[in-house]
Write a protein that binds this ligand. Structure first.
Ligand SMILES: Cc1cc2nc3c(=O)[nH]c(=O)nc-3n(C[C@H](O)[C@H](O)[C@H](O)COP(=O)(O)O)c2cc1C
Length: 400
């Protein structure tokens, strides 16, 4: 796809990737993606904002050449350095020897190690710094953890264009640039939510900060780095309202403590029920649902776990370890938002009993607040094992 006009002097030179189905390992992308990049031309100077994935160098280079003479590019602005936006940077720097690379302080460290250019000397900008292109001013707004530590926005006052990096973007690919032309709105909305959840979900307070920083700007075009450009009067306002809604602090109406387990012969399952009883003895109105992991969709369990106030997870020891579904569930713990959350490991074993200590090691790695030494018992739980399970539940509840 060739260069397209956004405003007088702002051209979109990005790339369509309709076939991508997995992004950054962690995210399914059913609707492909785009790598958005923009050329901004003032009377005297020209800036290129964001670059693209290395795979698309040839098309990207053609698009740039359609928008401007690359020899006239004075600045290459990296709003953040994730490789889908910085992959071609080393190559581009060689093709545009007159261009100065602009990034945040953190970005300068990351880009040095991403490009491995021996003479890498970027211009580091701070919050509120600006550059004058001649009739177009680009002001930099630091936006850390949206979604990398180096992230920033670039604001073009005269054209009322905010280059927002990944903020308010999504993995969605249609052969149009603007939200006014979206052909499949339901799919777009699905992609928008999925992107927020995977990319910005771990950083709700930073999302609030980012929204506060751009609230006073009279944005006409929000030129993000993936998916359709958002425009005033179309989807821009609702997109910002959704981010605001999704990033509000979450409080459960009552303490919510799910108990997850797997059990081949029912022994670990018996303990799960007693742990529930112990929790309710301490917090009678708590919401304590017991889930046999194999009986539920992993996506639902993941949501329950990440929204809980504390949780317990149990596994029998099978072949010297915890079982795969339990590991899978723990792989979905959001390590950022669940830090210090109380968590209990439990399980039945026959002779060696590695499951519980292995689960505890993982919980410690996730920086959860691990409850005691966990609960292990041999084969079928005895009356005293069941009482120990209730006590483990009580201990977990006391941590809240
Ligand atoms: C295939 C298989 C392998 C097992 N491997 C181990 C093991 O390596 N170490 C151990 O302590 N127990 C082992 N056990 C014993 C179980 O941990 C024990 O039967 C336990 O009570 C099962 O709990 P559950 O009913 O909750 O599944 C194994 C059991 C099975 C069926």
């Amino acid at each position: 796809m060739a260069a397209r006009k956004v405003t007088d002097g702002v051209m979109s030179v990005g790339i369509l990737n309709p076939i991508m189905r997995i992004f950054d390992v962690v995210m399914r992308t059913d609707y492909g993606t785009t790598y958005n990049s923009y050329v901004v031309r003032g009377r005297e100077k020209t800036a290129l904002i964001e670059t693209c994935h290395l795979t698309y160098w040839e098309q990207y280079w053609k698009n740039i050449q359609e928008a401007c003479d690359p020899a006239t590019i004075d600045y290459i602005i990296l709003n953040h350095c994730e490789p889908d936006h910085s992959g071609v940077l080393a190559k581009l720097a060689q093709h545009c020897p007159n261009a100065q690379i602009i990034c945040s302080q953190a970005g300068s460290i990351y880009l040095k190690n991403i490009t491995n250019l021996s003479d890498f000397k970027p211009r580091v900008v701070r919050d509120g710094d600006s550059i004058d292109l001649g009739g177009k001013t680009l002001r930099f707004i630091m936006a850390p953890f949206l979604h990398w530590p180096d992230s920033m926005f670039t604001w073009c006052e005269e054209d009322k264009v905010l280059f927002s990096c990944d903020f308010l973007g999504c993995h969605y690919c249609e052969p149009h640039d603007f939200d006014t032309n979206i052909v499949y709105p339901t799919k777009y909305e699905d992609a928008f939510l999925g992107y927020y959840t995977a990319i910005f979900g771990p950083f709700p307070s930073y999302v609030q900060n980012g929204l506060a920083k751009i609230k006073g700007l009279d944005i006409e075009y929000l030129c993000n780095s993936h998916g359709p450009i958002l425009t005033k009067g179309c989807r821009l306002e609702s997109a910002m309202a959704l981010y605001d809604q999704w990033s509000q602090p979450h409080h459960n109406a009552v303490k919510t403590v799910p108990v997850f387990y797997c059990s081949a012969y029912g022994n670990t399952g018996l303990a799960a029920k007693e742990i529930k009883r112990g929790i309710l003895e301490i917090i009678p109105d708590a919401k304590v649902d017991v889930y046999d992991i194999n009986e539920h969709a992993m996506g639902d369990l993941q949501a329950q776990l990440n929204r809980s106030d504390a949780f317990a997870v149990g596994s029998p020891t099978i072949n010297a370890d915890a079982v795969a579904p339990v590991w899978e569930l723990l792989s979905h713990v959001d390590a950022i938002t669940n830090k210090k959350k109380p968590a209990l490991a439990f399980g039945s074993y026959g002779w060696s009993g590695e499951a519980v200590p292995n689960l505890i090691a993982r919980m410690n790695g996730l920086k959860l607040a691990v409850c005691g030494e966990g609960l292990k018992f041999q084969f079928v739980p005895s009356e005293s094992d069941l009482e120990r399970a209730r006590e483990a539940g009580r201990e977990l509840a006391r941590m809240l």
